[in-house]
Design a protein around this ligand. Structure first.
Ligand code: NAD
Length: 490
């Protein structure tokens, strides 16, 4: 873990000269893992130029050949699976099993992208007029870039990069400055897979680096995942510089529990959703809305399950929840818990300032439950991004759906019920992009788009699957006239 944190540009590892850096810190142990360079605009320029130079040959490489690199990458990721998962846990704090789940989804995206010879096909019509045919082909966009958040250091670049490369684009990844180590390992494997020089590049940094990517004239497509305020900045700036953009923002995800739900199963699923990844997941349940009689039994069961959660270092056996990412994040979350109380909610499980033996310097918060979150308060609409679940109670499913639709985000909502009719009503009326029915984390598989509506997504085409293929290609339509008379001379 003590290797210098480097960039990978034009097939070579390097650290930009004389730039500022930030400490990368294990959130459970407070151990300093390295220093990440904050790359300036000229480093982004180097990466964009390298990618642009590589594009000329890469786009002419047949898709069937391009996917051979991805097959190699898939095997390398499998061979290094445990090491990658451990690295995620060390820099991000999530449990080893959560890290394994993250890497599995990363690999699944590589597998789906291997279908590109079919996925990228266009379509055609013969004789749109006598002797005239029309065809649509998909061509790569050019140089594309991904700007990534801290909470899934291994998976999120894979929602985008495999599709971009398979489609014939060249690529620049900007990992989160809080968790750059997993991508270093991934790029070491990309190097072994033998991608030609400049096809894949990585530039570390933060705001200045991101702005340089958004302003660079050679970079044509931007994939971003992060918080909504930054997402809005990225979307506006990408548009101002003429780029296509798919921009995923924050979330505040409600789950609804109806009186006919299986309370034991719903509680187990809800507790995993709210406190898995220490609540630092864009699909984490952060509000649970009970309807009618579900209130008493669900409140009691979820409070018990939350209090029992085993907290500690993600590499240790039996640990069910790790720390949050930074001390700043911990104090922000603890302040928001206090804010919830001052707005009228009751703290029925209080996870603030726990002492975790052996990890006294870690950023730990135990699961916390705020009961009776008022719909008019700040907490109702604020993304806490920590292990905090708010409870609300209403009398009808219509009131519950109205609450889902009154927040500004639209990433995920789930319903717990044994009624098909209620499930249909909910999935029809809820204004969010990812819906769960008796599911706590409705994360779309790699062959479905990772959706998101309203303040959780800006753009039209999402990451993963066919959406990613459309995002990373531009359609070219050709109209051809070949009258049959012209063949007579042969
Ligand atoms: P963040 O917005 O702080 O950072 C995301 C990226 O933007 C990082 O690479 C960072 O370097 C860069 N950045 C930060 N501030 C910037 C600025 N002012 N200008 C330009 N670039 C800037 O997000 P985070 O804390 O790393 O990640 C957590 C957030 O990501 C949460 O809001 C979470 O909901 C969201 N998220 C959303 C999804 C989704 O699918 N919608 C998935 C994962 C995470």
């Amino acid at each position: 873990m003590s290797d210098p944190i480097r960039n990978f540009v034009g097939g070579r590892w390097s650290v930009p000269d004389a730039v500022e850096s930030l400490a990368v810190v294990n959130p459970a142990t407070a151990e300093r893992l390295g220093d990440v360079p904050l790359s300036p605009a000229d480093e982004v320029d180097r990466a964009a130029r390298a990618a642009s130079k590589a594009f000329a040959d890469w786009r002419r490489t047949p898709a069937t050949e391009r996917v051979q690199y991805l097959f190699k990458l898939k095997n390398l990721l499998e061979d290094n699976f445990e090491d990658l998962a451990r690295t995620i846990t060390i820099e991000n704090g999530k449990t080893l099993d959560e890290s394994r789940g993250e890497m599995r989804r990363a690999i699944e995206n590589v597998e789906v992208a291997c279908g590109i010879p079919t996925l990228m096909q266009g379509y055609n019509s013969e004789d749109i007029a006598r002797g005239i045919d029309e065809i649509m082909v998909r061509q790569p966009v050019g140089v594309a870039a991904a700007i990534c958040p801290f909470n899934f250091p291994g998976m999120i670049p894979f929602w985008f990069m495999p599709y971009a490369l398979a489609c014939g684009n060249t690529y620049v990844v900007k990992p989160s400055e809080k968790v750059p180590l997993t991508m270093i390992k991934v790029f070491e494997l990309l190097e072994v897979a033998g991608f030609p020089e400049g096809v894949v590049n990585m530039v570390n940094g933060s705001k200045e680096t991101v702005d340089a990517i958004l302003e660079h004239p050679t970079i044509r497509a931007i994939s971003f995942v992060g918080s909504t305020p930054v997402a809005k900045h990225v979307y506006a700036k990408a548009a101002a510089h003429g780029k296509r953009a798919q921009v995923q923002g924050g979330a505040k995800n409600p789950i609804i529990v109806l009186p006919d739900a299986d309370i034991e199963m719903s509680t187990q699923i809800a507790v995993d959703s709210a406190f898995g990844n220490a609540g630092q997941r864009c699909l984490a349940a952060s509000l649970a809305v009970t309807v009618g009689e579900a209130r008493a039994s669900f409140t009691e069961a979820i409070a018990e399950a939350a209090a029992e959660r085993v907290i500690g270092y993600g590499l240790d056996d039996g640990v069910e929840m790790g720390p949050v990412i930074t001390p700043e994040s911990k104090s922000r979350i603890e302040d928001l818990i206090g804010r919830g109380e001052s707005e009228g909610a009751r703290i029925i499980v209080d996870g603030r300032n726990p002492k975790i033996e052996g990890y006294e310097n870690g950023n730990f918060i135990r699961p916390t439950i705020l009961d009776g979150v008022p719909a008019t308060g700040e907490i109702f609409g604020t993304e806490i991004f920590g292990p905090v679940l708010g409870l609300m109670h209403v009398d009808t499913i219509d009131e519950a759906i109205a609450l889902v639709n009154s927040g500004s985000y639209g990433n995920m909502a789930s319903l717990f019920t044994s009624s098909g009719a209620a499930a249909r009503k909910f999935r029809y009326e809820a204004e969010v992009g990812n819906i769960g029915i008796n599911i706590g984390v409705a994360a779309p598989m790699a062959f479905f788009p990772f959706s998101g509506w309203r303040d959780s997504f800006f753009g039209t085409l999402h990451g993963q699957g066919r959406d990613a293929v459309e995002f990373y290609t531009q359609e070219k339509v050709v109209v051809e006239r070949w009258p049959k008379e012209w063949t007579r001379k042969f």
